[in-house]
Ligand binder design. Structure first.
Ligand SMILES: Cc1ncc(COP(=O)(O)O)c(C=O)c1O
Length: 243
C-alpha cells in the first residue's frame, strides 16, 4: 500500500490492512514516499497518522527524494528482512554507495524533524495543505484526498483540459504537474499540486488566484458540494477522517 497515494492524495486504510494482515497471515509492504516527514502529528508518516505500530508493517519503504530533499531511499523492517535485502536485493550489490553529502542531508533532516523547528515545519505543511485545499473547495473545483495529504489533485477530467491548464498556469508563473492516462483512469485527468512547508501564504494566494482565473477560463468548477461555510482557523483540531 502507499501511505499517501501519489495520484489520489488519499491515505491508506492502514488499520483495516493491519487487521487483515493479522487475520490472514499476510505481509504488509508500505510505501511512505509521500507520507514520511509530512503526515502524522510529528511527521512520522501514515503509521503515525493512522495510529498503527510500525511493528505491524513488514516492509516499511520510503524515498529520500521528497521530504528529505536528498537522493536514494530506504527499506526498514526486521533484522532478518534487512539482512536478506542486503544479501539478495538487486540494488545493494550493484548500486553505487551513497555520497557522503547525500547521506549527511538525510541525517540532518532526521535530526531536524526531532527538533521544535522541524516540528514547526510539519505544522506549517499541515496548515498550508489545509488552507490550499479549502480554498480550492471554496472555488468549486473538485480536489481529491485526505486533509493532511500534501499531494492535492485537482480534477480537470479531460486530457485536453489538463494540457491547457498546465500551459496557462505555467504562463502565469505557477509550476504544476498534469497527470493523465495511464496514471489515472482515461476520463479523470488531473493537476497534481504538491504543497511544501516553505510555501508562504502570499505564494499560496498568488497560485490560488491564478488557478481561479484558469478555472473560469477552462470551466473547471465541477464540484456540486456546497462550499465550506467559513475557512477553519489555523492549527484547527477538527477531527480527521479515519484511516
Ligand atoms: C508512491 C511512490 N513511491 C516511490 C517513489 C519513488 O521515488 P523516487 O523519485 O525517489 O524514485 C515515488 C516517486 O514519485 C512515488 O510516488
Amino acid at each position: 500500500m502507499e501511505g499517501v497515494y501519489s495520484m489520489e492524495g488519499s491515505v491508506a486504510a492502514l488499520r483495516a490492512a493491519v487487521a487483515l494482515r493479522r487475520q490472514l497471515g499476510l505481509q504488509l509492504y508500505l510505501d511512505e514516499a509521500h507520507s514520511v516527514g509530512a503526515t502524522g502529528a510529528r511527521g512520522r508518516g501514515a503509521t503515525e497518522l493512522c495510529g498503527v505500530s510500525v511493528r505491524d508493517v513488514d516492509v516499511l519503504m520510503g524515498t529520500f527524494t521528497k521530504s528529505f530533499c536528498s537522493s536514494g531511499g530506504y527499506i526498514a523492517g526486521s533484522a532478518r528482512l534487512v539482512r536478506w535485502v542486503r544479501a539478495h536485493g538487486h540494488a545493494h550489490p550493484y548500486a553505487h554507495g551513497m555520497a557522503p553529502p547525500v547521506a549527511q542531508q538525510i541525517r540532518a533532516t532526521l535530526r531536524e524533524l526531532r527538533q521544535p523547528t522541524g516540528q514547526a515545519r510539519v505544522a506549517a505543511l499541515r496548515d498550508n495543505t489545509r488552507y490550499f485545499r479549502e480554498r480550492l473547495r471554496a472555488m468549486g473545483v473538485v480536489a481529491y484526498g485526505h486533509p493532511q495529504s500534501p499531494v492535492v489533485p485537482m480534477l480537470v477530467y479531460s486530457f485536453s483540459k489538463m494540457a491547457a491548464c498546465v500551459e496557462r498556469l505555467t504562463t502565469r508563473g505557477v509550476a504544476v504537474v498534469g497527470v493523465g492516462f495511464p496514471a489515472t483512469p482515461l476520463n479523470q485527468a488531473r493537476i497534481r499540486f504538491c504543497l511544501s512547508a516553505s510555501h508562504t501564504r502570499a505564494q499560496l494566494d498568488a497560485s490560488l488566484d491564478a488557478i481561479e482565473a484558469v478555472a473560469d477560463e477552462l470551466g473547471l468548477r465541477y464540484s456540486r458540494r456546497p462550499p465550506p461555510a467559513a475557512p477553519a482557523a489555523p492549527h484547527t483540531t477538527a477531527p480527521l477522517p479515519a484511516c
